[in-house]
Design a binder for this molecule. Structure first.
Ligand code: HEC
Ligand code: HEC
Length: 311
């Protein structure tokens, strides 16, 4: 029986078509990695000042690379800076907010996407994908919790204050990549729940304590960002679930600021300083002087000043 030419064609093409279908199923596209980028990368790599000028909020931006050039080489995952960063072959490892880093399966997805030629995927419209939306800022006076301020720390502080950051060890051993480390008091409290004035973190972002943070500023945080962090601390530094932090009594604090005469004694930028016989005062500081104050938190949250010295 003669075979119809069209059938011959189908018979020849069929294996190839099947092979192609199988490859497509296994071949990740940009649509497959987009959710990972949006949940783990975009909150730092977007906006006005992304690190290394690398925007990861669209395929077009990803392919445009950073100020250093391309971060992906089609067909060459091992030679791609993106993969080196995900695996920690290039430091600092990404995401910079880790650990946790990406799982092996997620990294494998990125590797196969690059190996297979950076396919955009059908699901992706030509225009920008819907970007990552951080927890919306609460209205002034509303309850603030850690999820509202974490994005500011991630974008502007974790670059250095992580283990390791771009400077190596975190400065002063202070890690700002999680709620627990932000509030840690082992060495000293930098956040005193309920008192922005007694929190060195607030003094640093306002520039009352020097050097002002972020250390790579200007730009520093804007007024709205500072107000949000102040509200968060004043309201008790709640965790992401809204549970207020406990004040770690007797934890040490070390503050910097400008001394002023006020009330019965001295103040440090509005924070009353109770000086008593046990307080050690060095270098006879005067109102108007920039000073360092060391002390411990009392059970009621007030500060027992142990030492003041001009800096
Ligand atoms: C907390 C903020 C933060 C997060 C989250 C983050 N990054 Fe980064 N990323 C940075 C910083 C800061 C640098 C610059 C570090 C340096 O100086 O090398 C950087 C650098 C990079 C670079 C190197 C660019 C170059 O050309 O050298 C790549 C690639 C990168 N990030 C990819 C990612 C990916 C992918 C994710 C998500 C899986 C991610 N980053 C998540 C902050 C972040
Ligand atoms: C470019 C690196 C860098 C960035 C970004 C950065 N810091 Fe720092 N941070 C430092 C360095 C360096 C020091 C130590 C400075 C000193 O006191 O000599 C420091 C010190 C601090 C201290 C004092 C810690 C202590 O034990 O008293 C606080 C608080 C702080 N930073 C908070 C922040 C916050 C909040 C941000 C983000 C808004 C931030 N930093 C961003 C580098 C950085």
């Amino acid at each position: 029986m003669p075979v119809h030419p069209r059938h011959t064609l189908t018979i020849y093409l069929l294996p190839a078509l099947l092979a192609h279908a199988a490859a497509t199923a296994a071949e990740p596209t940009y649509s497959d990695i987009l959710p990972i980028l949006q949940s783990r990368c975009v909150f730092c790599h977007s906006g006005q000042l992304p690190p290394q000028d690398l925007h990861l909020d669209s395929l077009e931006h990803l392919l445009a690379g950073s100020q250093n050039g391309a971060i992906v080489q089609a067909g060459d995952p091992a030679g791609s800076e993106l993969i080196k960063r995900l695996k920690g072959i290039s430091q600092p490892r990404m995401p910079m907010s880790g650990p946790p880093y990406l799982s092996d399966a997620q990294i494998d997805l990125f590797e196969r996407w690059i190996a297979n030629g950076l396919k955009p995927g059908d699901a992706i419209p030509a225009q920008e994908p819907a970007g990552f939306s951080p927890a919306p800022s609460p209205q002034p006076g509303a309850a603030v919790n850690y999820s509202h301020v974490a994005a500011i720390f991630a974008r502007r502080c974790v670059t250095c204050h992580s283990q390791p950051g771009i400077l190596g060890a975190p400065p002063e051993g202070y890690v700002l990549s999680s709620y627990a480390t932000t509030l840690a008091t082992d060495e000293r409290a930098r956040v005193v729940p309920g008192s922005a004035e007694a929190s060195e973190l607030v003094r640093r972002i306002r520039g009352q304590a020097r050097p002002r943070m972020p250390y790579d500023g200007p730009p520093f945080l804007d007024d709205a960002e500072i107000a949000l962090i102040v509200d968060w601390i004043e309201q008790g530094a709640r965790d992401a679930q809204g549970i207020p932090a406990r004040i770690a009594h007797a934890s040490k604090v070390r503050l910097h600021g400008t001394l002023a005469a006020g009330g019965a004694g001295w103040q440090l930028d509005g924070l009353p300083l109770e000086i008593n016989a046990a307080t050690r005062v060095d270098d006879s500081p005067q109102p108007g002087d920039y000073v360092q104050v060391r002390g411990r938190l009392r059970p009621d949250g007030s500060l027992a000043v142990e030492r003041i010295r001009a800096r």
